[in-house]
Design a protein around this ligand. Structure first.
Ligand code: NIG
Ligand code: FE
Length: 413
């Protein structure tokens, strides 16, 4: 008897399943990829129904993967996908030695992008975002988180979150939306920061949650942006309304962001370049996931990356993300994995765990995505290389040959 399935991916040189623990992977677990050599995958109704030998199936579509590596679709757990107002001119300023904060004061930075995003129609925003989503998919990202935060008024924050809703229906990449009304204090609230926090707390959060537009609430907790106290107030209010906290923490300076993440039981603390030892140990105690964004450090032309090794050694689960935004313009998780290995000394296996199953945990998607396991969504990449070790080794090329999303081929070279 043979069982009919929709797709059979046959005879891959290796299938990196990441089968295992149902909670975020820590320490040595991050090196355990559960690789099966010379393996196949059977897919039916968009789901994985078998992995391994897969004898006894007849498939509508058979894909020969001999000599190739199959991995779960990448999960990118931190992006600012919807924006208008790219900032390519900032590169020359960075080359002259101006810092992120100086560029912001010169009229660049978040404020520059906010102005253009406010002016853009939802259709224009979607057109730009769809192009980025196509690039993500081509480079292997099948699920992402995406933040608002370039509106900074009710109307535009809602416009961005509604764009995510529509993009989700229109594009194969699954998008998990985050409300980031506290990304910066907008120009018109200069000197009235507390009033802006009131607006976020009293008006934005209730509207966003009433319309059911976001799963998470994020805050840029940073000197010159939002203080620890303001961040706490916003995150707790979000939590009261059902939004799970996330934090841009300890990126440019140490503001105790990691400790705050632990205090409010955030699912993740992101960036962490300047995290303290105390912050690391608090995160470990509360199981807060560290979402590390090495492409941001690269874009900022800084030389000190987040302390990934210390975080892993201290028992903090680590995930990786692009941080796709106008300051750090990349959709490419393969590039992020390369930076993680070369600049933060993560092993190829740790970086892959951080870009799949741990990333899925960081956005509440681990029951559907992040590993190749029976019952999960068939989000799968066929890479044109004989082992996963090529991902951080073969630099600057796209190794993705085929992308399947929910069992459908959505990209092919
Ligand atoms: O995650 N750090 C704050 N927000 C973004 C940068 C946004 C921007 O510069 O437009 C980040 O790096
Ligand atoms: Fe960010």
């Amino acid at each position: 008897m043979t069982e009919n399935v929709d797709v059979l991916i046959e005879n891959a040189s290796e299938v990196v399943t990441l089968q295992g623990s149902k909670v975020p992977r820590k320490k040595e677990e991050m090196n355990e990829l559960a690789v099966i050599k010379n393996a196949s995958i059977a897919i039916k109704d968009g789901k994985i129904i078998d992995v391994g030998k897969c004898n006894g199936y007849s498939a509508k579509r058979v894909i020969d993967a001999s000599g190739k590596t199959v991995v779960p679709g990448f999960v990118d757990p931190h992006t600012h996908l919807v924006f208008s107002g790219s900032r390519e001119f900032e590169l020359e300023l960075k080359l002259k030695g101006f810092s992120y904060t100086q560029i912001k004061e010169m009229g660049g930075g978040i404020g520059y992008t906010v102005k253009r995003t406010r002016e853009a129609s939802v259709e224009e925003l979607m057109k730009e975002a769809l192009k980025r989503l196509d690039t993500m998919l081509a480079y292997g990202t099948t699920t992402c988180e995406a933040k608002s935060g370039y509106g900074l008024n009710i109307e535009t924050e809602i416009k961005i979150l509604e764009a995510y809703n529509r993009l989700n229906k229109k594009h194969p990449v699954d998008i998990v939306p985050t409300f980031l009304g506290a990304h910066a204090v907008p120009e018109e609230y200069k000197g009235r920061e507390e009033e802006y926090v009131d607006l976020v707390v009293n008006e934005m959060i209730p509207v966003v949650t009433k319309k059911n537009l976001a799963r998470f609430c994020d805050v840029f907790c940073e000197k010159g942006f939002f203080t620890r106290e303001q961040s706490k107030r916003i995150l707790l209010e979000g939590k009261k309304h059902g939004l799970i906290p996330k934090i841009h923490a300890d990126e440019l300076t140490n503001c105790g962001g990691a400790q705050l993440a632990s205090e409010v039981e955030a699912v993740s603390a992101d960036h962490l370049l300047e995290v303290s030892e105390e912050g690391i140990s608090e995160m470990a105690k509360k199981g807060v996931i560290a979402v590390i964004l090495p492409a941001t450090v690269f874009s900022l032309m800084k030389k000190d990356y987040a302390p990934a090794r210390e975080l892993i050694d201290a028992n903090v689960p680590v995930a990786l993300a692009t941080d796709l935004n106008p300051n750090c313009y990349t959709e490419n998780m393969q590039f992020v994995i390369q930076l993680a290995c070369f600049y933060m000394k993560m092993t190829p296996a740790e970086a892959l765990t951080a870009s799949t199953i741990n990333a899925a945990h960081a956005i509440g998607e681990a029951d559907r995505a992040g590993s190749i396991e029976v019952g999960k969504q068939a989000d799968v990449l066929i890479l044109d290389c004989p082992s996963h070790k090529f991902i951080p080794y073969h630099l600057g090329v796209n190794l993705v040959g085929t992308v399947l999303k929910k069992g459908r081929v959505v990209f092919q070279v």
